[in-house]
Design a protein around this ligand. Structure first.
Ligand code: ATP
Length: 448
Protein backbone atom coordinates (compact mmCIF):
# COMPACT_ATOMS: atom_id res chain seq x y z
CA UNK A 1 0.00 0.00 0.00
CA UNK A 2 1.34 3.41 -0.99
CA UNK A 3 0.86 6.39 1.33
CA UNK A 4 1.63 9.91 0.08
CA UNK A 5 1.58 13.21 2.00
CA UNK A 6 1.98 16.79 0.86
CA UNK A 7 1.45 20.41 1.89
CA UNK A 8 1.55 20.03 5.66
CA UNK A 9 4.23 22.59 6.36
CA UNK A 10 4.70 26.36 6.24
CA UNK A 11 7.51 28.89 6.49
CA UNK A 12 6.83 28.98 10.26
CA UNK A 13 8.16 25.50 10.89
CA UNK A 14 7.20 21.82 10.55
CA UNK A 15 8.16 19.82 7.53
CA UNK A 16 6.38 17.15 5.51
CA UNK A 17 9.48 14.93 5.70
CA UNK A 18 9.18 14.92 9.49
CA UNK A 19 5.52 13.89 9.22
CA UNK A 20 6.73 11.07 6.95
CA UNK A 21 9.06 9.80 9.70
CA UNK A 22 6.06 9.89 12.08
CA UNK A 23 3.96 7.85 9.63
CA UNK A 24 6.81 5.36 9.15
CA UNK A 25 7.27 5.03 12.92
CA UNK A 26 3.54 4.47 13.43
CA UNK A 27 3.25 1.87 10.62
CA UNK A 28 6.36 -0.04 11.78
CA UNK A 29 5.04 -0.03 15.38
CA UNK A 30 1.86 -1.64 14.01
CA UNK A 31 3.90 -4.46 12.45
CA UNK A 32 4.14 -3.19 8.85
CA UNK A 33 7.39 -2.90 6.89
CA UNK A 34 8.71 -0.23 4.57
CA UNK A 35 8.97 -1.57 1.01
CA UNK A 36 11.72 0.26 -0.88
CA UNK A 37 12.99 3.68 0.11
CA UNK A 38 10.64 6.38 1.33
CA UNK A 39 10.61 8.99 -1.44
CA UNK A 40 10.95 12.74 -1.40
CA UNK A 41 9.62 13.79 -4.79
CA UNK A 42 10.14 17.42 -5.81
CA UNK A 43 7.52 18.79 -8.19
CA UNK A 44 7.36 21.84 -10.45
CA UNK A 45 9.52 24.47 -8.70
CA UNK A 46 7.82 27.19 -10.77
CA UNK A 47 4.28 26.82 -9.39
CA UNK A 48 3.29 30.16 -7.86
CA UNK A 49 1.86 28.77 -4.57
CA UNK A 50 4.71 26.63 -3.25
CA UNK A 51 6.11 27.70 0.11
CA UNK A 52 9.61 26.26 -0.30
CA UNK A 53 10.80 23.28 -2.25
CA UNK A 54 7.49 21.78 -3.45
CA UNK A 55 8.20 18.30 -2.14
CA UNK A 56 5.75 15.39 -1.77
CA UNK A 57 6.47 12.34 0.43
CA UNK A 58 5.68 8.83 -0.74
CA UNK A 59 6.07 5.56 1.20
CA UNK A 60 5.07 1.97 0.50
CA UNK A 61 4.15 -0.49 3.26
CA UNK A 62 3.46 -4.22 3.38
CA UNK A 63 4.93 -7.39 4.86
CA UNK A 64 8.54 -7.27 3.71
CA UNK A 65 10.35 -10.14 1.95
CA UNK A 66 13.69 -10.43 0.16
CA UNK A 67 16.75 -8.33 0.89
CA UNK A 68 16.70 -6.00 3.90
CA UNK A 69 18.63 -2.71 4.07
CA UNK A 70 19.41 -0.37 6.96
CA UNK A 71 18.31 3.22 6.18
CA UNK A 72 17.97 5.13 9.43
CA UNK A 73 17.12 5.34 13.09
CA UNK A 74 13.99 6.69 14.75
CA UNK A 75 14.33 7.28 18.48
CA UNK A 76 16.82 4.49 19.03
CA UNK A 77 15.13 1.95 16.71
CA UNK A 78 16.92 1.04 13.48
CA UNK A 79 14.79 1.38 10.34
CA UNK A 80 15.04 -1.15 7.49
CA UNK A 81 13.52 -1.36 4.03
CA UNK A 82 12.60 -4.53 2.14
CA UNK A 83 13.10 -5.33 -1.51
CA UNK A 84 9.65 -6.92 -2.03
CA UNK A 85 6.46 -7.83 -0.16
CA UNK A 86 3.82 -10.53 0.34
CA UNK A 87 0.21 -10.18 -0.89
CA UNK A 88 -0.96 -9.05 2.55
CA UNK A 89 -1.90 -5.33 2.49
CA UNK A 90 -2.73 -2.98 5.37
CA UNK A 91 -6.36 -1.91 5.49
CA UNK A 92 -7.13 1.58 4.09
CA UNK A 93 -9.44 2.51 6.98
CA UNK A 94 -6.85 1.39 9.51
CA UNK A 95 -4.29 3.68 7.80
CA UNK A 96 -6.70 6.63 7.75
CA UNK A 97 -7.30 6.29 11.51
CA UNK A 98 -3.60 5.93 12.23
CA UNK A 99 -2.50 8.90 10.11
CA UNK A 100 -5.22 11.49 10.76
CA UNK A 101 -4.05 12.41 14.28
CA UNK A 102 -0.45 12.74 13.01
CA UNK A 103 -1.46 15.20 10.26
CA UNK A 104 -3.65 17.07 12.81
CA UNK A 105 -0.66 17.36 15.13
CA UNK A 106 2.04 18.23 12.61
CA UNK A 107 0.38 20.46 10.01
CA UNK A 108 0.13 24.23 10.12
CA UNK A 109 -3.63 25.02 9.90
CA UNK A 110 -3.05 28.65 8.84
CA UNK A 111 -0.57 28.12 6.04
CA UNK A 112 -0.99 24.60 4.69
CA UNK A 113 -3.59 22.56 2.80
CA UNK A 114 -2.62 18.96 3.48
CA UNK A 115 -3.52 16.00 1.36
CA UNK A 116 -2.99 12.29 2.06
CA UNK A 117 -3.33 9.61 -0.60
CA UNK A 118 -3.64 5.88 0.18
CA UNK A 119 -3.47 3.60 -2.83
CA UNK A 120 -2.58 0.08 -3.92
CA UNK A 121 -2.18 1.16 -7.57
CA UNK A 122 0.35 3.78 -8.60
CA UNK A 123 -1.06 6.71 -10.63
CA UNK A 124 -0.02 6.79 -14.28
CA UNK A 125 3.61 7.94 -14.83
CA UNK A 126 2.37 10.87 -16.95
CA UNK A 127 1.14 12.50 -13.70
CA UNK A 128 4.74 12.68 -12.51
CA UNK A 129 5.94 14.08 -15.83
CA UNK A 130 3.27 16.78 -15.82
CA UNK A 131 3.53 17.44 -12.07
CA UNK A 132 7.27 18.08 -12.24
CA UNK A 133 7.16 20.29 -15.35
CA UNK A 134 3.72 21.94 -15.54
CA UNK A 135 0.90 23.37 -13.44
CA UNK A 136 -1.42 20.41 -12.87
CA UNK A 137 -5.21 20.97 -12.85
CA UNK A 138 -6.90 19.58 -9.73
CA UNK A 139 -9.74 17.99 -11.82
CA UNK A 140 -7.27 15.70 -13.64
CA UNK A 141 -5.85 14.54 -10.31
CA UNK A 142 -9.31 13.87 -8.87
CA UNK A 143 -10.20 11.75 -11.94
CA UNK A 144 -7.01 9.72 -11.54
CA UNK A 145 -7.78 9.08 -7.84
CA UNK A 146 -11.13 7.58 -8.89
CA UNK A 147 -9.57 5.60 -11.76
CA UNK A 148 -7.03 3.88 -9.50
CA UNK A 149 -9.50 3.35 -6.62
CA UNK A 150 -7.43 5.33 -4.12
CA UNK A 151 -8.54 6.78 -0.80
CA UNK A 152 -7.75 10.41 0.07
CA UNK A 153 -7.89 12.74 3.06
CA UNK A 154 -7.84 16.52 2.86
CA UNK A 155 -7.51 19.48 5.22
CA UNK A 156 -8.12 23.14 4.28
CA UNK A 157 -8.60 23.26 0.52
CA UNK A 158 -6.69 19.97 0.32
CA UNK A 159 -4.41 21.13 -2.48
CA UNK A 160 -1.74 18.75 -1.18
CA UNK A 161 -3.57 15.95 -2.98
CA UNK A 162 -2.09 17.20 -6.29
CA UNK A 163 1.44 16.63 -4.99
CA UNK A 164 0.41 13.24 -3.52
CA UNK A 165 -0.83 11.94 -6.89
CA UNK A 166 2.05 13.39 -8.95
CA UNK A 167 4.66 12.27 -6.39
CA UNK A 168 3.40 8.70 -6.13
CA UNK A 169 3.41 8.45 -9.96
CA UNK A 170 7.22 8.80 -9.97
CA UNK A 171 9.13 5.77 -11.25
CA UNK A 172 12.80 6.66 -10.73
CA UNK A 173 14.92 6.79 -13.87
CA UNK A 174 17.65 9.13 -12.69
CA UNK A 175 17.57 9.46 -8.88
CA UNK A 176 19.62 10.55 -5.89
CA UNK A 177 19.36 10.10 -2.13
CA UNK A 178 19.16 12.45 0.84
CA UNK A 179 19.91 11.57 4.45
CA UNK A 180 17.76 13.83 6.59
CA UNK A 181 18.74 14.23 10.24
CA UNK A 182 16.24 15.76 12.70
CA UNK A 183 16.68 17.85 15.84
CA UNK A 184 15.27 16.98 19.26
CA UNK A 185 11.84 18.69 19.66
CA UNK A 186 13.01 20.90 22.57
CA UNK A 187 15.52 22.52 20.17
CA UNK A 188 13.11 23.31 17.31
CA UNK A 189 13.25 27.00 16.42
CA UNK A 190 16.59 27.57 18.19
CA UNK A 191 20.03 28.08 16.65
CA UNK A 192 21.52 24.85 15.29
CA UNK A 193 24.83 23.56 16.66
CA UNK A 194 27.16 21.77 14.23
CA UNK A 195 30.78 21.49 13.21
CA UNK A 196 31.19 23.11 9.77
CA UNK A 197 34.64 21.54 9.31
CA UNK A 198 33.21 18.03 9.60
CA UNK A 199 30.66 18.89 6.85
CA UNK A 200 33.42 20.19 4.53
CA UNK A 201 35.37 17.00 5.26
CA UNK A 202 32.36 14.79 4.40
CA UNK A 203 31.75 16.63 1.10
CA UNK A 204 35.47 16.49 0.22
CA UNK A 205 36.08 12.84 1.06
CA UNK A 206 32.78 11.36 -0.13
CA UNK A 207 32.92 11.69 -3.90
CA UNK A 208 29.29 10.73 -4.50
CA UNK A 209 27.91 13.54 -2.30
CA UNK A 210 26.80 16.94 -3.60
CA UNK A 211 25.52 20.35 -2.48
CA UNK A 212 26.54 20.07 1.21
CA UNK A 213 29.38 22.55 1.33
CA UNK A 214 30.28 25.52 -0.87
CA UNK A 215 34.04 25.47 -1.25
CA UNK A 216 34.06 28.71 -3.29
CA UNK A 217 32.65 30.71 -0.39
CA UNK A 218 33.54 28.40 2.51
CA UNK A 219 29.85 28.07 3.51
CA UNK A 220 27.81 25.16 4.82
CA UNK A 221 24.90 24.60 2.40
CA UNK A 222 23.19 21.52 3.90
CA UNK A 223 21.85 23.08 7.14
CA UNK A 224 18.52 24.93 6.73
CA UNK A 225 17.96 28.40 8.14
CA UNK A 226 14.21 27.88 8.74
CA UNK A 227 12.78 26.94 12.16
CA UNK A 228 11.87 23.42 10.87
CA UNK A 229 12.88 20.18 12.68
CA UNK A 230 15.57 19.33 10.10
CA UNK A 231 19.15 19.39 11.37
CA UNK A 232 20.61 18.82 7.92
CA UNK A 233 20.15 17.07 4.59
CA UNK A 234 23.17 15.23 3.23
CA UNK A 235 22.75 14.51 -0.50
CA UNK A 236 24.44 12.02 -2.75
CA UNK A 237 24.24 9.18 -5.23
CA UNK A 238 25.01 6.23 -2.94
CA UNK A 239 23.02 5.52 0.26
CA UNK A 240 25.90 3.73 2.07
CA UNK A 241 28.11 6.79 1.44
CA UNK A 242 25.47 8.97 3.08
CA UNK A 243 25.60 6.76 6.18
CA UNK A 244 29.39 7.16 6.16
CA UNK A 245 28.86 10.95 5.99
CA UNK A 246 26.38 10.76 8.87
CA UNK A 247 29.08 9.11 10.98
CA UNK A 248 31.56 11.88 10.04
CA UNK A 249 29.37 14.97 10.48
CA UNK A 250 29.27 16.31 14.03
CA UNK A 251 26.14 18.05 15.31
CA UNK A 252 24.05 18.55 18.45
CA UNK A 253 22.17 15.41 19.61
CA UNK A 254 19.86 14.08 16.90
CA UNK A 255 16.31 12.88 17.39
CA UNK A 256 16.15 10.64 14.31
CA UNK A 257 17.59 10.25 10.79
CA UNK A 258 16.43 8.58 7.62
CA UNK A 259 17.50 8.16 4.00
CA UNK A 260 15.02 9.21 1.29
CA UNK A 261 15.20 8.36 -2.42
CA UNK A 262 14.64 11.56 -4.40
CA UNK A 263 14.46 13.15 -7.83
CA UNK A 264 16.63 16.02 -6.56
CA UNK A 265 19.60 16.93 -8.73
CA UNK A 266 18.14 15.25 -11.84
CA UNK A 267 16.92 18.21 -14.00
CA UNK A 268 13.60 16.33 -14.36
CA UNK A 269 11.77 19.70 -14.24
CA UNK A 270 13.42 21.00 -17.43
CA UNK A 271 11.59 20.99 -20.79
CA UNK A 272 14.33 20.93 -23.42
CA UNK A 273 14.06 22.93 -26.67
CA UNK A 274 10.33 23.76 -26.44
CA UNK A 275 8.28 24.91 -29.43
CA UNK A 276 6.97 28.50 -29.23
CA UNK A 277 3.51 27.14 -28.19
CA UNK A 278 5.06 25.06 -25.40
CA UNK A 279 7.11 27.99 -24.07
CA UNK A 280 4.69 29.30 -21.42
CA UNK A 281 5.33 30.73 -17.93
CA UNK A 282 5.38 28.72 -14.65
CA UNK A 283 7.56 25.96 -16.13
CA UNK A 284 11.32 25.55 -16.58
CA UNK A 285 13.13 25.22 -19.91
CA UNK A 286 16.46 24.71 -21.62
CA UNK A 287 16.84 27.03 -24.63
CA UNK A 288 19.80 27.98 -26.78
CA UNK A 289 20.26 31.41 -28.33
CA UNK A 290 22.54 34.09 -29.70
CA UNK A 291 23.35 37.04 -27.43
CA UNK A 292 21.90 40.36 -28.57
CA UNK A 293 22.71 42.51 -25.52
CA UNK A 294 23.68 42.36 -21.86
CA UNK A 295 22.62 44.81 -19.13
CA UNK A 296 22.89 45.25 -15.37
CA UNK A 297 20.02 46.90 -13.46
CA UNK A 298 19.85 48.54 -10.04
CA UNK A 299 20.37 45.95 -7.31
CA UNK A 300 23.00 44.09 -9.32
CA UNK A 301 20.58 41.87 -11.27
CA UNK A 302 21.95 41.05 -14.71
CA UNK A 303 20.02 40.30 -17.90
CA UNK A 304 20.83 39.06 -21.36
CA UNK A 305 18.60 39.21 -24.44
CA UNK A 306 18.84 36.13 -26.64
CA UNK A 307 17.59 35.33 -30.13
CA UNK A 308 16.22 31.80 -29.89
CA UNK A 309 13.89 29.42 -31.74
CA UNK A 310 11.08 30.55 -29.40
CA UNK A 311 11.67 34.26 -30.18
CA UNK A 312 13.58 36.84 -28.17
CA UNK A 313 14.13 35.60 -24.62
CA UNK A 314 15.30 37.79 -21.75
CA UNK A 315 17.26 35.64 -19.32
CA UNK A 316 18.19 37.00 -15.90
CA UNK A 317 20.46 36.17 -13.02
CA UNK A 318 19.62 37.89 -9.76
CA UNK A 319 22.14 39.35 -7.34
CA UNK A 320 21.36 36.58 -4.81
CA UNK A 321 23.15 34.15 -7.15
CA UNK A 322 26.32 36.13 -6.37
CA UNK A 323 29.22 35.67 -8.80
CA UNK A 324 27.14 33.41 -11.10
CA UNK A 325 25.67 36.58 -12.68
CA UNK A 326 29.18 37.73 -13.62
CA UNK A 327 29.19 35.05 -16.37
CA UNK A 328 26.68 37.23 -18.24
CA UNK A 329 28.90 40.31 -17.75
CA UNK A 330 31.56 38.90 -20.03
CA UNK A 331 29.27 37.94 -22.90
CA UNK A 332 29.12 40.00 -26.10
CA UNK A 333 26.80 40.17 -29.08
CA UNK A 334 27.05 37.00 -31.16
CA UNK A 335 28.02 34.60 -28.36
CA UNK A 336 25.86 31.46 -28.28
CA UNK A 337 24.65 30.19 -24.90
CA UNK A 338 22.18 27.61 -23.57
CA UNK A 339 20.22 28.72 -20.50
CA UNK A 340 18.21 26.51 -18.13
CA UNK A 341 15.64 28.01 -15.79
CA UNK A 342 12.12 28.98 -14.86
CA UNK A 343 10.08 31.25 -17.14
CA UNK A 344 8.34 33.92 -15.04
CA UNK A 345 5.12 35.59 -16.14
CA UNK A 346 5.76 39.15 -14.96
CA UNK A 347 8.25 40.41 -15.98
CA UNK A 348 8.57 37.71 -18.64
CA UNK A 349 12.12 36.56 -17.94
CA UNK A 350 13.82 33.22 -17.77
CA UNK A 351 15.43 32.98 -14.34
CA UNK A 352 18.72 31.20 -15.12
CA UNK A 353 19.70 28.30 -12.84
CA UNK A 354 22.52 26.90 -14.98
CA UNK A 355 24.10 27.85 -18.31
CA UNK A 356 26.37 26.55 -21.04
CA UNK A 357 28.53 28.86 -23.13
CA UNK A 358 28.40 27.07 -26.48
CA UNK A 359 30.55 29.40 -28.61
CA UNK A 360 32.19 32.79 -28.31
CA UNK A 361 32.08 35.47 -30.99
CA UNK A 362 35.09 37.64 -31.76
CA UNK A 363 35.14 40.65 -29.45
CA UNK A 364 36.84 43.67 -31.04
CA UNK A 365 37.39 47.36 -30.40
CA UNK A 366 38.02 50.18 -32.84
CA UNK A 367 41.63 51.33 -33.20
CA UNK A 368 42.20 55.03 -32.37
CA UNK A 369 41.83 57.54 -35.24
CA UNK A 370 44.96 57.21 -37.42
CA UNK A 371 47.53 59.95 -38.09
CA UNK A 372 47.45 61.63 -41.53
CA UNK A 373 50.34 60.30 -43.68
CA UNK A 374 50.68 63.84 -45.20
CA UNK A 375 50.73 66.22 -42.21
CA UNK A 376 51.02 63.78 -39.27
CA UNK A 377 47.90 65.19 -37.56
CA UNK A 378 45.13 62.96 -36.08
CA UNK A 379 42.50 62.28 -38.80
CA UNK A 380 38.80 62.81 -38.14
CA UNK A 381 35.70 60.76 -38.91
CA UNK A 382 34.42 61.15 -42.44
CA UNK A 383 30.87 60.25 -41.34
CA UNK A 384 29.01 57.04 -40.59
CA UNK A 385 30.63 54.00 -42.29
CA UNK A 386 32.97 56.32 -44.26
CA UNK A 387 36.27 55.89 -42.43
CA UNK A 388 38.55 58.83 -41.64
CA UNK A 389 39.77 61.91 -43.53
CA UNK A 390 42.22 64.75 -43.14
CA UNK A 391 40.54 68.11 -43.79
CA UNK A 392 43.83 69.74 -44.74
CA UNK A 393 45.48 67.11 -46.99
CA UNK A 394 42.21 65.39 -48.16
CA UNK A 395 43.74 62.00 -47.41
CA UNK A 396 41.43 59.12 -46.44
CA UNK A 397 41.85 56.00 -44.23
CA UNK A 398 39.57 53.06 -43.38
CA UNK A 399 38.34 52.20 -39.87
CA UNK A 400 40.43 49.37 -38.40
CA UNK A 401 39.70 47.07 -35.45
CA UNK A 402 41.73 45.01 -33.06
CA UNK A 403 40.56 41.74 -31.49
CA UNK A 404 40.20 41.74 -27.72
CA UNK A 405 41.09 38.55 -25.92
CA UNK A 406 37.98 37.04 -24.27
CA UNK A 407 38.01 36.69 -20.48
CA UNK A 408 35.40 33.92 -20.42
CA UNK A 409 35.60 30.42 -21.88
CA UNK A 410 33.09 27.90 -23.23
CA UNK A 411 31.63 25.40 -20.76
CA UNK A 412 29.02 24.96 -18.03
CA UNK A 413 28.46 27.47 -15.22
CA UNK A 414 26.29 27.12 -12.09
CA UNK A 415 25.39 29.26 -9.05
CA UNK A 416 26.95 28.81 -5.61
CA UNK A 417 25.64 25.71 -3.80
CA UNK A 418 23.17 27.58 -1.58
CA UNK A 419 21.42 29.25 -4.54
CA UNK A 420 20.79 26.01 -6.45
CA UNK A 421 17.34 24.57 -7.01
CA UNK A 422 16.59 21.19 -5.42
CA UNK A 423 15.87 19.68 -8.83
CA UNK A 424 18.78 21.28 -10.67
CA UNK A 425 21.41 18.73 -11.67
CA UNK A 426 24.73 19.90 -10.21
CA UNK A 427 27.70 19.96 -12.60
CA UNK A 428 29.33 17.36 -10.35
CA UNK A 429 26.55 14.89 -11.25
CA UNK A 430 26.85 15.82 -14.95
CA UNK A 431 30.55 14.92 -14.92
CA UNK A 432 31.31 18.57 -15.74
CA UNK A 433 33.41 21.16 -13.98
CA UNK A 434 33.02 24.92 -14.24
CA UNK A 435 35.98 25.97 -16.41
CA UNK A 436 36.64 29.13 -14.37
CA UNK A 437 36.46 28.99 -10.58
CA UNK A 438 35.67 32.34 -9.00
CA UNK A 439 34.34 34.82 -11.58
CA UNK A 440 34.93 38.53 -11.24
CA UNK A 441 32.63 41.40 -12.13
CA UNK A 442 33.56 43.06 -15.45
CA UNK A 443 32.80 46.55 -14.16
CA UNK A 444 32.94 46.62 -10.34
CA UNK A 445 31.79 50.30 -10.30
CA UNK A 446 28.50 49.20 -11.81
CA UNK A 447 27.82 46.40 -9.32
CA UNK A 448 25.09 47.91 -7.17
P1 ATP B 1 8.12 21.49 0.83
O1 ATP B 1 7.32 20.27 1.09
O2 ATP B 1 9.47 21.23 0.29
O3 ATP B 1 8.17 22.44 1.98
P2 ATP B 1 6.54 23.51 -0.37
O4 ATP B 1 6.22 23.88 1.00
O5 ATP B 1 7.18 24.49 -1.26
O6 ATP B 1 7.35 22.17 -0.37
P3 ATP B 1 4.10 22.40 -0.55
O7 ATP B 1 3.80 22.75 0.85
O8 ATP B 1 4.34 20.98 -0.89
O9 ATP B 1 5.30 23.17 -1.12
O10 ATP B 1 2.99 23.09 -1.43
C1 ATP B 1 2.94 22.99 -2.79
C2 ATP B 1 1.49 22.80 -3.20
O11 ATP B 1 1.40 22.77 -4.62
C3 ATP B 1 0.92 21.49 -2.75
O12 ATP B 1 -0.40 21.71 -2.35
C4 ATP B 1 0.96 20.59 -3.99
O13 ATP B 1 -0.05 19.63 -4.00
C5 ATP B 1 0.77 21.59 -5.07
N1 ATP B 1 1.45 21.21 -6.30
C6 ATP B 1 2.63 20.57 -6.42
N2 ATP B 1 2.97 20.43 -7.72
C7 ATP B 1 1.98 20.99 -8.44
C8 ATP B 1 1.75 21.15 -9.83
N3 ATP B 1 2.63 20.73 -10.74
N4 ATP B 1 0.62 21.77 -10.22
C9 ATP B 1 -0.26 22.22 -9.30
N5 ATP B 1 -0.11 22.13 -7.98
C10 ATP B 1 1.00 21.50 -7.53
Amino acid sequence: MIIAADDTDSMRGNCTTFLATEIINAMISEGWDLIGYPRLVRLNPAIPWKTRGNGALVMEFGKGTGEKEFIGNIEGKDVFIFESKTDEEPDMDFIRKLISPLVEKFHDPDYSDPGILITETRPDYSFYQRGVTRVMPREDVEKEIIRIGASKMEWGIGRGIIGCVCGSAWIPKDRTFELLAYRCPDKWGTKRTYDAKSIAEAERTIGSSFNSFDFRHGNVAMVPATPCPVMYGFRGDIPSDLIRGHDLIKTEKQYRWLIFETNQGTDDHIIKDPTPEEFIPDSSYSVEGRVVSVRRIHGGHTFVDLETDVGTVTAGIYAQAEEFRFVLDWLVKGDVIRVLGELRKEPRTLNVEKLLIVSLAEDRVKDPNPLCPGCGKRMESAGKDSGYRCRKCHTKAPVTYRAVSRKIVCGWYEPPTESRRHLSKPLKRMGEEQPLGMLLCRNPNNDD
